[in-house]
Design a protein around this ligand. Structure first.
Ligand code: FAD
Ligand code: DLZ
Length: 516
């Protein structure tokens, strides 16, 4: 009895549950399909990264002696969707009498796959995705009966369970979280290490030609391409990060600098999310650097928290609350996404910089995503569906299980407070404190109103006014509303007028009415 084993483009791990068990005579199916390249119009670099990583992974399995049925995008018989390729593989080889696959990372595909036991004539086994530290059931047990799903407590539980940065039962350094030390702006004297990009090999070059040909109308630059597409090279990037960037990761985690997106960030999310790296091996490498005295505790704890804390937590939130999660629009935001999210053509230097790096690299670091493009979308009241689609297609690491809670919940507060206790709303002062963007910006960060004023300033107060009914009761915004109460009617009217002018100039007015 031979088994068809399906491996998706973000399941490129040899430890994948679908690959467990006897494999002699079995066939591994991998397929490049238009349904996956087109459910959102992914950044060119993201498609090239995934296709090249898939092709390399197939070669790796073949080198291990496995039989791989690899369907290329331009195969004339390609049905162009995953289900069609499973059906074709089973139909063409009667020796395949069983289908085994690992649960997908996105709800959309899960809905399709749940119907497979009825759809196919062979027994179908959908296995858990064991490449996370916490299972979906683990999160559900933890969340059960809790009024607030505070990430910090979930993180502590995972720290205890994994033993990462633990001295017996106590956290290393006597403290669970060193975030307060991790909010420094970047001093001019600190030099940023040069990245160790990888030259595209023949496989990547072939994929790049395919992407240039087939996806020329998708967002983003295809070249230069320097990401790893094999496990060996992803491990090389992990090693580079531990050696050159981790020591400063904590200090400058929130810093923003024009033309410098990578700073001291790991740029490992894309490898983790497609399975080239394992979250625990990455955390253990960072922990070893701490024990060897190579990196300080605030850096290592901050880094490990992102992975076993935030990354695991957002996956839990996604599966716990889908599909209703993405239906929510707690702030009733309905304005359209402005064109400059695609073109980068805006006088706001911070936004222009983040959109530029996004276009070039299919990458932006967390504070760029949260406090620049995310903060702007929040303040401007942009429709969450449009913002979600943008984040899902522009970043190489974007899969809905991780993108949606971060965008819909953390950045936009559209989930009404599941992810965050208050909206991450900030005026230009925050961006000025954390970056060098404002000094060369066309707008003045010190001006509160008028055509020259930084739009973040009046949009911040406009946001507070527009959402007064919904947010005034939030204790964490009490200070902001006390300040707003000091504004007289003329000041409020000025804020409203500036915001309205801005929305009109950027094609965001009038806000659309949603059918209820
Ligand atoms: P580092 O700063 O080096 O952090 C280390 C690792 O921690 C990352 O590689 C990542 O695996 C993990 N991590 C850090 N923060 C988060 C987080 N909030 N949620 C989940 N994992 C985290 N991350 C994605 O992987 N895919 C997405 O589609 C995605 N969309 C986002 C959208 C918005 C609006 C925001 C605010 C954040 C989003 N993030 C997403 C989280 C975070 O911004 C990225 O994980 C991070 O920028 C990736 O860069 P890095 O590998 O250099 O991360
Ligand atoms: C993102 C992506 C892309 C662009 N293309 C493919 C593909 O052609 N074949 C495939 O198996 N997977 C692809 N993926 C990853 C899937 O979209 C991903 O597995 C689902 O979104 C579930 O997380």
């Amino acid at each position: 009895m031979a088994t068809l084993r399906l491996v998706l483009g973000d399941q490129l791990s040899e430890s994948l549950s679908a690959l467990e068990g006897p494999q002699d005579g079995d066939t591994v199916l991998m397929a490049e399909v238009a349904a996956e390249t087109g459910y959102v119009r992914h950044h060119k670099k993201k498609i090239a990264f995934i296709f090249s990583a898939m092709r390399h992974f197939a070669q790796r399995l073949e080198a291990r002696g496995l039989q791989v049925r690899y369907v290329r995008l331009d195969d004339p018989d390609n049905s162009q969707n995953i289900e069609g390729e499973v059906a074709r593989a089973l139909g063409e080889d009667p020796s395949l009498t069983r289908l085994v696959h690992t649960e997908p990372g996105e709800y959309r595909l899960m809905e399709i796959m749940k119907a497979w036991p009825e759809r196919f004539d062979v027994p179908v086994e959908m296995r858990r995705d064991t490449r996370f530290v916490a299972s979906r059931e683990h999160f559900a047990r933890w969340a059960e009966g809790k009024k607030r799903l505070t990430m910090e407590y979930f993180y502590r539980e995972i720290r205890r369970e994994t033993g990462l940065l633990m001295d017996d039962d106590e956290p290393a350094g006597g403290q669970w979280n060193f975030d307060a030390e991790n909010r420094k702006a970047l001093p001019a004297a600190v030099s940023i290490p040069q990245r160790d990009w990888i030259e595209p090999d023949a496989v990547t070059q072939e994929v790049m030609a395919l992407v240039a040909d087939r996806f020329s109308d998708h967002f983003g630059d295809l070249e230069p391409f320097g990401y790893a597409v094999t496990r060996e090279d992803a491990l090389r990037h992990l090693k580079w990060f531990i050696t050159h960037a981790l020591p400063h990761f904590g200090d400058y985690q929130d810093a923003l600098k024009t033309g410098e997106s990578f700073l001291f960030h790991s740029v490992l999310s894309l490898y983790l999310n497609v399975g080239l790296l394992d979250p625990l091996e990455v955390c253990e490498a960072a922990e070893t650097a701490y024990h060897e005295g190579h990196a300080p505790l605030n850096a290592v704890e901050g880094f490990i928290r992102q992975i076993i804390g935030w990354r695991e937590y957002v996956r839990g939130v996604y599966w716990h609350f889908m599909p209703d999660y993405l239906e929510r629009n707690a702030l009733n935001a309905t304005r359209p996404l402005p064109d400059f999210y695609w073109t980068g053509e805006t006088g706001m230097a911070c936004l222009a910089d983040v959109i530029s790096t996004t276009r070039k690299h299919a990458y932006a670091h967390h504070i760029q995503r949260l406090m620049v493009t995310g903060n702007f979308a929040l303040l401007a009241g942009i429709d969450p569906a449009e913002v979600n689609e943008w984040y899902l297609l522009v970043y190489a690491d974007a899969f809905e299980w991780v993108e949606a809670p971060n965008t819909h919940g953390m950045a936009l507060y559209a989930d009404g407070g599941i992810m965050a206790t208050k909206p991450y709303a900030a005026s230009g002062a925050y961006i000025n404190r954390m970056s060098d963007h404002c000094k060369d910006c066309r707008y003045s960060v010190n001006a509160k109103n008028g055509e020259k004023a930084c739009p973040f300033n009046y949009l911040y107060w406009n946001f507070m006014i527009e959402n007064e009914d919904r947010l005034r009761g939030n204790q964490r915004l009490a200070h902001a509303y006390r300040n707003l109460d000091r504004f007289n009617d003329a000041r409020r009217a000025e804020i409203r007028a500036d915001a309205q002018r801005f929305f009109e100039e950027t094609g965001m007015a009038p806000a659309r009415r949603k059918a209820s």
